[in-house]
Design a protein around this ligand. Sequence first.
Ligand code: 5GP
Length: 201
Amino acid sequence: MTKGLLIVLSGPSGAGKDTILHTLLQKSQDLRLSVSATTRNPREGEVDGRDYFFVTKEQFLSMRQNGEVLESAEYCGNYYGTPAKPIRDWMDAGSDVVLEIEVQGGGQIKQKCPDCVSVFILPPSVGELERRLRDRGTESEEAIQKRLQAARQEILQAKAYDYVVINDTVDNAVAAIQHIVAAEKYKKDRNLDTIEGVLQL
Ligand code: 5GP
């Protein structure tokens, strides 16, 4: 069985990653979403185990110390990390797995798993990003300013990613990611067994 793809999706807060991701998940039967652990407080409507595993700082540090997370980062004063085991299990079973993580974590994953496919979602502009963050209405002014500052820093890291996709419309962005994933599956390095198989016939 072919191992699944590991897809890393990053982009500044407010770039529309969540909407893109959920549309992508609805359209792709065999795509699994990694649920991260975080020490930040749940936002209204967020469910433990679905949106995040909400943990205390002590629990997070212990998970990290025990090697239970594939990567971790501190972002705007909170810890975030990707639980390792579900990802290995899903990929071994042939499913593609998508991680929605910030850039420090994205860099750690690329180092550990160089054959992952990393995609950076860009907003059409920083002004548009600010408008989206305000429309969301979930953050204080201070948090918005912090996130905008973080966003500028993050956008500078886009060049370290394999692909960049501008989220002008959700449909365009989702279609672009579907094309990227489809093309990645034809890469020769992912198909060395297939080449061998053909030679055996
Ligand atoms: P939020 O607090 O808005 O849900 O997420 C803040 C940032 O943390 C987003 O850029 C999100 O992609 C990122 N993030 C979520 N989970 C993880 C994770 O497991 N690891 C890393 N490195 N970043 C994460």
